[in-house]
Design a protein around this ligand. Structure first.
Ligand SMILES: Cc1cc2nc3c(=O)[nH]c(=O)nc-3n(C[C@H](O)[C@H](O)[C@H](O)COP(=O)(O)OP(=O)(O)OC[C@H]3O[C@@H](n4cnc5c(N)ncnc54)[C@H](O)[C@@H]3O)c2cc1C
Length: 297
């Protein structure tokens, strides 16, 4: 099906995009890579009056290592991030970026669009929960920074205000002795994960100093599994602790039946992927190079 007719605007700057969105009002939508939005328009799930294309705003696709903090521009594509020095240095970033869909989608889809869509199946929001990320936004009232926790408020609903756009994402560089893994299980490459689990561990003298566990496609929003983290923090990653963390991750989730699988199947996946991600994160924290890519069924 063709989308309903709309006016197309190409913004050259963030200010121009925000001005256009504010001026047009309710009927305007931001267009970035179009990998989620165009499907929605073609299915006529949404019929905006205007699209404001931000895809050619200069320098919004930069990836910067600013010492302790990593900054990623909203227009950085999944492939650009996956091929970056950041992904090489921080393997959990590579797991996420290179596991998204197929090359076609990864070449066009952006990290900003992934976060803005409020889709619990999108990988970047889950990854940013794992890394305690922040979202940089700009709107008619100026710039603001939001915590990833609580940013996705409900299914496809975010804390973005009208006419506000995401300009970038940032997170602290994981400390020395830290390792992470992002594990997904999906039907095929150009499909969203049935379940995704991100784990980031900092281990000192054999003990877990800090842990982060986040779940994707496991409810209406990305889920931070704090009780699961508590099972690991302060311990030595024994089998009992890992089993309890996996059980707590399952308890934190609220999966539903859909064509990717039943809620019960997804709960089993959460337990398995949590244990797998912990094992890889532990090995990476110890300095080992561990390959990790999505598992298909
Ligand atoms: C076949 C297929 C498989 C896919 N599989 C996966 C997968 O496995 N994992 C995954 O994570 N994703 C997957 N995706 C989604 C893909 O990653 C999209 O690229 C991403 O979700 C949206 O990015 P985009 O740049 O294409 O955004 P668009 O489609 O242009 O926009 C998406 C939404 O975000 C808004 N938006 C976009 N950018 C901004 C911004 N900077 N500020 C404010 N609002 C903005 C738009 O208005 C729209 O509502 C898949 C997509 C397809 C088509």
């Amino acid at each position: 099906m063709y989308p309903a007719p709309f006016q197309y605007h190409r913004a050259k700057t963030v200010d121009e995009a925000v001005g256009l969105l504010a001026g047009i009002g309710e009927g305007a939508r931001v267009l970035a890579g179009g990998q989620s939005l165009l499907a929605i328009l073609k299915l006529r799930f949404d019929e905006p009056t205007d699209l404001v294309d931000i895809g050619r705003i200069a320098n919004l696709d930069q990836i910067d290592d600013a010492g302790e903090v990593i900054n990623i521009g909203a227009l950085a594509t999944h492939n650009r991030i996956g091929a970056s020095a950041i992904a090489e240095a921080i393997p959990i970033v590579s797991d996420c970026a290179n596991g998204i869909a197929d090359n076609q989608v990864r070449n066009l889809g952006t990290i900003g669009g992934s976060v803005a869509s409020g889709d619990p199946s999108c990988d970047w929001p889950t990854l940013l929960h794992t890394l305690d990320g922040e979202i940089l936004c700009q709107g008619p009232d100026g710039a603001r920074t939001l915590d990833i926790n609580g940013f996705v408020e409900d299914l496809y609903q975010t804390a973005l205000k009208p006419a506000e756009i995401i300009t970038g994402l940032r997170f602290k560089k994981p400390a020395a002795g830290s390792g992470g893994a992002y594990c997904t299980f999906k039907r095929c490459a150009p499909a969203y994960p049935t379940i995704a689990v991100g784990v980031q561990l900092t281990i000192r003298n054999g003990q877990v100093d800090s842990s982060r566990i986040a779940l994707g496609s496991a409810g209406l929003t990305p889920i931070r599994a704090s009780a699961a983290e508590a099972e690991l923090t302060g311990g030595s990653l024994g089998a009992d602790e890992i089993n309890k963390a996996a059980e707590a991750a399952v308890a934190a989730a609220d999966p539903y039946d859909d064509r990717r699988g039943s809620a019960e199947f997804k709960r089993q996946l959460i337990a398995t992927l949590t244990k797998r991600a912990i094992a890889i994160a532990q090995r990476r924290a110890g300095g080992e190079t561990v390959k990790n890519s999505p598992e298909y069924y």
